[in-house]
Ligand binder design. Structure first.
Ligand SMILES: Cc1ncc(COP(=O)(O)O)c(C=O)c1O
Length: 398
């Protein structure tokens, strides 16, 4: 075979994106409840172009860790010292650097399930295995990490690291303080690292106060990942960062090895790094306005899908940009999502995209304009309610 196995054999388009593309080509207006691109949803901070107009943006001063002024600004906001930060072109790229740092081909990493579908790709491209650990839902308490499953998966796979998404996408669940210390203890005992993706951390919605960042953790080797794509709704700026922490010797060695990897690519762009201090100054105001929108859309989903005896349930959503809707399963998730797109012109991601344990969930993006979100949610309810009528009619006839 000419090509490597890193990509797997299935590189084609799924039925849902093929239909979406066809309808868009036919000129249909689609309400996209799966849109997670903030630049299409009217979310962005003001003053971005001004921040990019400094002539310093034109200077090239390569540094494997990234421009020092940018790292000082990160240390000022998130703690630690400038030397513990690495700038990359995105959070996804930072993952690939950490995977290269920790893993040889064939090694394993533990990843949350349900979780963000990008991991299989990111792991596959580095020739490593993503081994799932379970999250369990109980209503209305919310999601919890199945620590027994995590420990068993670590034992069976000999994983090099545990990936924690804090809060997780699409479950919206933060690692509680107790979960955080159990994970750190397990990692310290087994010589594993924590890779904590904290891109959605500031976007708390229904979270209580039992949440904390992994960034700066010193109980075990820890890589905390973040970036402009969520913190400032600027994915097009292509700037991510990670903070390395842990027991002194280990963190120092990880830092100097990462420096070698980062120096090979030198991928963060000078304009974005230069603008970072000014952009970080806009983060609090932007996060506050995005949180307002997330809360408004979650409330709207609860109102559309609620009501006495409703067969729908919007799961508890502590934070992040996605809510999970549990709906009555008159049809499979795939056929429901295809039907919604064909008949109601609403695009929505089925739960199986995120490896939910069973069928019957849809993931709703909470960053849409609230008017569009409410209309799309009403159409979802209308379509699934109509399926229930068809089923009842079938029962009456037969
Ligand atoms: C949990 C999580 N981490 C990382 C990313 C990607 O971030 P970046 O654009 O910085 O690669 C996403 C994108 O949706 C995400 O959901």
């Amino acid at each position: 075979m000419r090509f490597s196995r890193r990509l797997g054999s299935d590189t084609g388009q799924n039925a849902l994106s093929a239909l979406l593309e066809r309808l868009a080509a036919d000129g249909e207006t689609i309400l996209n409840l799966s849109d997670s691109n903030p630049t299409r949803c009217g979310l962005s901070p003001g003053g971005v172009l001004e921040a990019l107009s400094d002539p310093a943006c034109l200077r090239y001063r390569p540094d494997p860790r990234g421009l020092e002024s940018a790292r000082l600004a990160l240390a000022g906001r998130f703690g630690g010292d400038a030397g513990s930060y690495f700038l990359s072109a995105s959070t996804s790229e930072a993952y690939s650097w950490v995977f290269k740092l920790l893993c040889d081909p064939g090694d394993s990493l533990l990843v949350p399930k349900p979780g963000y579908p990008l991991f299989d790709s990111l792991a596959g491209l580095e020739a490593v295995r993503a081994v799932p650990y379970r999250l369990e839902y109980s209503h209305p308490g919310g999601w919890a990490i199945d620590m027994d499953d995590l420990a068993a998966a670590a034992e069976a796979s000999g994983a090099k690291a545990v990936v924690v998404i804090n809060p997780n996408n699409p479950t919206g669940s933060y690692a509680s303080r107790a979960e955080r210390s159990a994970i750190v203890d397990t990692c310290a005992e087994r010589g594993m690292a924590v890779i904590a993706d904290e891109v959605f951390y500031p976007y708390a919605i229904e979270a209580g106060d039992s949440r904390s960042r992994f960034g700066g953790e010193d109980g075990c080797l820890t890589f905390s990942l973040d970036g402009l794509s969520k913190l400032l709704c600027l994915p097009q700026m292509k700037l991510g960062w990670m903070r390395v922490s842990g027991p002194r010797g280990e963190a120092d060695e990880a830092g100097s090895r990462l420096e070698h990897i980062a120096d090979t690519y030198l991928s963060a762009g000078a304009p974005a790094m230069n603008a970072l201090p000014a952009l970080l100054g806009k983060a609090d105001a932007l996060v506050a306005s995005v949180r307002e929108r997330l809360s408004a859309n979650l409330a709207s989903a609860r109102s559309v899908f609620g009501g006495d005896g409703s067969p729908y349930r919007v799961l508890r959503c502590d934070g992040g940009w996605t809510a999970l809707l549990e709906y009555p399963r008159y049809d499979s998730e795939e056929r429901t999502a295809l039907g919604l797109l064909r008949e109601e012109l609403v695009a929505v991601q089925p739960g199986y995209f995120f490896d939910m344990e069973r069928d019957g969930y849809l993931a709703l993006s909470l960053i849409l304009d609230p008017v569009v979100f409410a209309e799309a949610a009403r159409r979802v309810r209308r379509y699934i309610d109509a399926l229930s009528l068809v089923r009842t009619a079938h029962r009456v006839v037969s």
